[in-house]
Design a protein around this ligand. Structure first.
Ligand SMILES: *Cc1c(COP(=O)(O)O)cnc(C)c1O
Length: 443
């Protein structure tokens, strides 16, 4: 992996020079294809998403009992979509750009159980593992009422097994809380950037939190190593897991249904643009896959990364995928957007999704704080910094004439567009922490 000639790379991809200088950049992928052409590279299909959706339905009666806050959605972990028109006007004024169409926010920030997008993939992977163990032991059948998992019999069964994961915070929260609730012994290996309150919250749930002074890559490696020495330990691999990816992908069909209820049309003349904050890539990649399967070529997915951690852009732009890390070109991977503080992207997600993503852009930490303050001020919605990365997306797209022309986006179509910013976290940030975030905003 260290064979990469960095000087040559910088010459081949001039955009890298701006990235190294920590400038905000955007790149619209010239290799984007239709869904039909791109799908074979994903290696997964509609049936896989359906299986994931069915599994979540089987677990719903359990979740209602284990987490009563999920009762109002009958044990389905799903978030609201809201229109943020005051935010839209503010963005238009501040950036002096017209955003044609509607601006909506997908509030995964307020998903039950763990307050972030990780409540999709992380929880799904733990449930998948638990189901497999229980079925193998002859304790469970898929036709059973899964609320029986909320009993001492099952928690003592699961307590023989352990689960480990490496995390910048939110994945650890989802996996830690879910695993501990089922009865597993669970260790979360936390990178240096993980917030103290997240560690404390996990410990209060009985989770073993292991702290590192290094970044996410190191925390994952250590977690993986520890799990290798224990045959009863299952390591959740955020960098390569198809299961996590599928847990996220269920969001596509769910969003389609929400849009139907809201009378929002997505078709050739009513395009959908979705802006997804990207860390290692599993969350936004899985969601984008689900969206593509639900809306086909009428959805345009754009990933947002911090200027200090543009790992997916780096991997896909250069074609090196997980063969290069931002540190290799002198970018430090230190950002206030802790959920996105990842230096090396998932190779699995990059290779699977590169043809199905329209573009990428980077955003500075200060801009995330400013958008955080603005959203709070005009919409009274509070998010964590990572979750604001997507908020610049409508501005970036509206200012990219070349891209819009390439995808044949006429002004007529744009006038009917729906812009959906995926708010990925922040619902459980304690008030004192939120005050600190808000104090960093300039507005
Ligand atoms: C994890 C996370 C993301 C990105 O997900 P990845 O799977 O790491 O790409 C975005 N926002 C928040 C708040 C997160 O916690």
């Amino acid at each position: 992996m260290n064979k990469v000639n960095i000087a040559q790379l910088m010459a081949d991809f001039p955009l890298l020079q701006q990235m190294v200088a920590l400038k905000e950049v955007s790149w619209f992928n010239p290799n984007t294809t239709s869904l039909q052409e791109g799908l074979p590279y994903v290696g997964l299909n509609k049936n896989n998403i359906q299986e994931a959706s069915d599994r979540l339905t089987r677990f719903a009666p359990y979740l209602v009992k284990a987490f009563p806050e999920t009762a109002k959605t009958n044990g389905i972990i799903e978030s609201e979509v809201v229109e943020i028109s005051a935010m839209k006007s503010q963005l238009e004024q501040q950036y002096k750009v017209e955003i044609k169409g509607k601006l909506l926010l997908k509030k995964d920030s307020h998903l039950p159980i763990s307050g972030s997008i990780k409540a999709r993939g992380g929880i799904y992977e733990v449930l998948t593992h638990a189901e497999k163990l229980a079925i193998k032991a002859g304790l469970l059948m898929v036709s059973d009422d899964y609320s029986k998992l909320f009993t001492d019999e099952f928690s003592s069964f699961f307590s023989q097994y352990s689960i480990a994961v490496g995390s910048t915070g939110n994945l650890g929260m989802s996996i830690g809380i879910m695993s501990a609730k089922l009865g597993f012994s669970v260790s979360v290996h936390m990178s240096a950037d993980a917030r103290q309150w997240k560690k404390e919250k996990l410990r209060s749930h009985g989770v073993n939190v292991v702290e590192y002074s290094e970044d996410y890559g190191v925390a994952v490696e250590q977690g993986r190593k520890e799990a290798e020495n224990d045959p009863k330990c299952f390591f959740i691999d955020d960098e390569n897991s198809q299961t996590l990816f599928l847990g996220y992908s269920v969001a596509g069909e769910r969003l389609k249904q929400q849009f139907e209820e809201m009378h929002i049309v997505v078709d050739e003349n009513n395009p959908l643009f979705v802006y997804l904050p990207c860390g290692v890539g599993g969350g936004p990649g899985g969601v984008a896959f689900g969206l593509k399967m639900a809306f086909g070529d009428n959805v345009h997915c754009v990933f947002a990364e911090p200027t200090h951690s543009p790992c997916m852009l780096l991997g896909i732009l250069t074609g090196l995928q997980d063969g290069i890390a931002v540190q290799d070109i002198g970018i430090d991977n230190i950002t206030a957007a802790d959920g996105l503080a990842v230096g090396r992207a998932s190779g699995f997600v990059g290779r699977a999704m590169e043809r199905l993503l329209d573009g990428f852009y980077t955003i500075s930490d200060q801009r995330m704080y400013d958008l955080l303050g603005l959203l709070n001020q005009v919409e009274r919605i509070q998010l964590e910094p990572s979750a604001l990365a997507g908020m610049l997306g409508p501005i970036v797209v509206a200012s990219s004439d070349e891209y819009l022309e390439r995808i044949n986006m006429s002004n007529n179509k744009l006038a009917n567009a729906t812009h959906l910013v995926w708010a990925t976290g922040g619902g459980m940030v304690p008030a004192v922490e939120m005050e600190k975030y808000l104090s960093k905003a300039d507005s």
